[in-house]
Design a protein around this ligand. Structure first.
Ligand SMILES: N[C@@H](CCC(=O)N[C@@H](CS)C(=O)NCC(=O)O)C(=O)O
Length: 227
């Protein structure tokens, strides 16, 4: 068990749904998603700063060693924030954050993938290879020489997204979706780790303030289990 011991009970025989949460952006995406849905899943905090997620107890649950993860009622564990969000939306369709129709869901996934594959993964990896290097070098392969280029491409692709946006308040027009959550959380994270985005971008700038004003945006800064 980790030095902090916050994953107490990680292997407990109780087979009910349990969210493994952490103070990091991927878990925060899922927290904001859960909060927007009005769900209150039981959760425990994993101390990723101390590397608790890389210890045997957590690896037994999620061999990828990353957060978030969701233990299901049958004892199996799901990882990847997007996959967990998709699962929760199927269990709790309302309010819809992915979509109510095949067309809505496809449109959300289109923007979600553009956001992840072009912007947020670049921010994430640039952090691993630069500001997060001391923490991540012992855990994952790192490429410090790539950091500056990744940061540049993330900002370039953000401007590319900006140019594609229409008149709607959100990425999917009038619908606030998971794609907005992911982009917001990662841009907010980037701003704090030497990856500020251009607030003068004509669509993204006002959009960011609009999403930041949602109660779930502020609430998602804290762990779900926080008092
Ligand atoms: N693609 C994964 C990324 C998960 C991930 O990288 N989680 C980070 C927090 S943002 C983590 O657990 N980092 C600690 C580590 O890798 O040791 C997802 O979206 O769930």
């Amino acid at each position: 068990m980790g030095a902090s011991g916050v994953v107490f009970g990680i292997l407990a025989p109780d087979l009910s749904m349990l969210l493994y949460d952490a103070i990091s952006p991927a878990p925060r995406c899922l927290r904001m998603f859960v909060l927007e849905k009005g769900l209150q899943p039981p959760s425990v905090a994993v101390d990723v700063m101390a590397g608790e997620n890389r210890e045997a107890a957590y690896l037994a649950l999620n061999p990828a060693g990353q957060t978030p993860a969701l233990r299901l009622d049958d004892g199996r564990t799901l990882a990847e924030a997007v996959a967990i969000a998709e699962y929760l939306e199927e269990l709790h369709p309302e309010p819809a954050l992915i979509g109510r129709t095949p067309e809505e869901r496809a449109q959300t996934r289109q923007w979600w993938r553009r956001v992840e594959l072009n912007v947020t993964e670049f921010i994430h990896n640039a952090f691993h290879y630069a500001e997060g290097l001391p923490r991540f070098a012992p855990r994952i392969p790192v490429a410090p020489e790539a950091a500056a280029g990744l940061k540049r491409i993330a900002q370039d692709r953000l401007a590319w997204l900006d140019r594609m946006m229409g008149d709607g308040p959100y990425l999917c027009g009038e619908r606030f979706t998971a794609a907005d959550i992911w982009l917001y959380v990662w841009l907010d994270f980037g701003a704090g780790v030497n990856q500020p985005f251009d607030r003068t971008l004509p669509w993204i700038g006002p959009w960011f303030e609009r999403v930041a004003a949602r109660p779930a945006a502020a609430a998602s800064r804290k762990l779900l289990a926080s008092p």
